[in-house]
Design a protein around this ligand. Structure first.
Ligand SMILES: [Zn+2]
Length: 296
């Protein structure tokens, strides 16, 4: 049964430690197991698998970290990190699902399921990478349902991080640019992207990345939509822009190649492919395909 209802993050309940401890014991509480950046899905890979504490409560004892995600249909929902186990499928999870890469299965999940998976993966990875204080090096402790880590020595508080990044679908004369990074699977092309730097707006980052990677100036920049991309910790923001010319000057350190594609090229890809349905890049290319060309 695919999950359609969105998770309620209910941030106002995170500080109620007694309630959260009680929820960890409640048989109907739901668990979101993750293992080494993989998410737990049905055996067919077409739905998020959410075992209950009643059947899978022993996972809580085996987890490296636990974080409260919120409430789903009135039931508390905890992410459990099983990354320290060599074989997380030994025991209660056996037979009820499998671990998979969200980038591969995400297109088969509902948006509500994909959000929970991305939330759990991002939050638990942040815990694994923030076990020590950046000031004194001492061990930090999770608080508030796993939404902050505090250093007991100096009181420094560390919050989960999301790194903003921009993705720019650059168009000119009815075509758009797709590029390949070095080392990508053969034939794969995507939209250029890069991280926002300190002190920079999203718009500035979009213009800078386009110029750095492709040597193109852009105008008429408009926002498309955003997507959490917990690989490892990004918030990808999508933009569409017009290039002032089609003369690409490639940054060959960053990119292997880049070229212009017509809608006909993208509608019937031959000898190349672009990212699968879960990704923002896919949605942006689909939107480009469904928009009539204004210049041809
Ligand atoms: Zn410290």
């Amino acid at each position: 049964m695919p999950l359609l209802e969105r998770l309620d993050r209910a941030g106002h309940l995170r500080k109620d430690t007694d309630r959260l401890l009680g929820a960890l014991d409640a048989p109907t509480t739901l668990l979101v197991p993750t293992w080494r950046n993989q998410t737990f899905v049905s055996p067919e890979g077409d739905a998020l698998a959410l075992p209950e504490v009643a059947s899978s409560g022993t996972l809580i004892d085996r987890a490296g970290e636990i974080a409260w995600l919120g409430q789903l249909e009135g039931r508390d929902c905890f992410a459990v990190d099983l990354s320290e186990l060599e074989d997380p499928m030994q025991g209660v999870l056996s037979g009820i699902g499998t671990f998979a890469d969200l980038r591969i299965v995400g297109g088969r999940l509902t948006p509500a399921e994909a959000e929970i998976a991305a939330y759990a993966l991002g939050l638990l990875r942040w815990h694994r990478h923030n076990r020590h204080c950046g000031l004194c090096g001492g061990r930090t402790e999770p608080k508030e349902g796993g939404h902050v880590r505090i250093c007991p020595t100096d009181g420094e508080r560390f919050f989960p991080r999301t790194d903003p990044a921009v993705m720019v679908l650059v168009q000119h004369g009815g075509r758009c640019v797709l590029a390949r990074q070095h080392g990508w699977p053969e034939g794969m092309y995507s939209i250029i992207a890069g991280f926002v730097e300190p002190g920079e707006t999203l718009e500035e980052a979009a213009a800078r990345e386009t110029f750095e990677e492709l040597g193109l100036q852009i105008d008429n920049l408009r926002y498309f939509r955003s997507q959490p991309w917990p690989f490892p910790a990004s918030l990808m923001t999508g933009f569409i822009a017009e290039a002032t010319s089609d003369a690409i000057r490639l940054d060959s350190e960053e990119l292997e190649t880049a070229r212009w594609f017509t809608r006909e090229d993208l509608a019937n890809p031959r000898g190349f492919y672009y990212p699968p349905a879960y990704s923002l890049a896919h949605h942006m290319i689909a939107a480009f395909l469904s928009t009539p060309s204004r210049t041809t």
